[in-house]
Design a protein around this ligand. Sequence first.
Ligand SMILES: O=C(O)CCC(=O)C(=O)O
Ligand SMILES: [Fe+2]
Length: 332
Amino acid sequence: MTDTTSSPPLVESALVESTVSLTGAQHDQVRAVADELARTAGGLIDGPGWLTAARAASQRLPRELRQELREFRHDAGPDGLLLIRNLPVEDDLPSTPVRPGSVRRTATVASSAVTAVMLQLGEVIAFRSEKSGALVQDVVPVPGHEKQQSNAGSVALHMHTENAFHPNRPHYVGLMCVRADPTGDARLCTSSVRRALPLLTSEARRVLSEDRFMTEPPPSFGDLGGVTPVHPVLRGDPADPDVTVDFAATHPLDDGARRAMEELREIFERIAHPHDLGAGDLAVVDNRLTVHGRTSFTPRFDGTDRWLHRVYAALDRRRIRPDSEGGGAVLR
Ligand SMILES: O=C(O)CCC(=O)C(=O)O
Ligand SMILES: [Fe+2]
């Protein structure tokens, strides 16, 4: 196991081509949609009716934003990332939660805005075994969990495909900041397989494309039995493959597989883009092309810590049907 306390080396880059900054008028337009949603269907995000209303409301997001999302869905670009800045966040934001498994059950301006944006990419989903199946989850540091390889930790979080072990892992992960890290140290990091592929040896590419890896569920999914089928790390078009790997949970099954995975890990760390997320910034990661992680930071647990909302989107509602509970948004 690699050292969990060191942060990956960082490549400073503006990623200008994959950043959308909302104008003041566009910000106000999203706020109007979000305000309305916070009052709809009792504001109960996971209750019947709210997601239906959010789907309808998402069509009233600014046209330019919807166009960017449609293009991103068509092709997530070389970095597999879309940064949307200047989304609305409630003015009266409460203290950052400190309890484990914290989620948003009641719609707020920010949770409504991020859900509406993600609904333009696909179907918003969650997993019953993860954060009690809530559609909008909090990403906050939790006391006592500092060393955990989860979003509750504050040691460097290894690069990973979100829910890499799961056959119906989300296609997109939305991470929206509602409160920036007051220390400025915590940074979301992303690396795309499109950037990594040309840097890999042909031997590593070949090995990573074979069924020589196994990925464990995170501790929160423990009740699934823990046995997952062997899988390749790279699959699909060899010239533009998808990547599935979690450097804290994927196990190479032989020495060659271990060497290839280590080569990929080093490249991903070398090319990692750090993202300084401020309140109102949403990072949308294409979970097939891009792995993400986070630098280490020092939480204070006094209500002022970094706080993100996380929302997943899946592209094909029919494909996830067998895993969904009664055709709903929450998967087994
Ligand atoms: O805290 C971050 O920036 C990323 C956390 C993460 O990987 C997640 O919540 O899925
Ligand atoms: Fe993650």
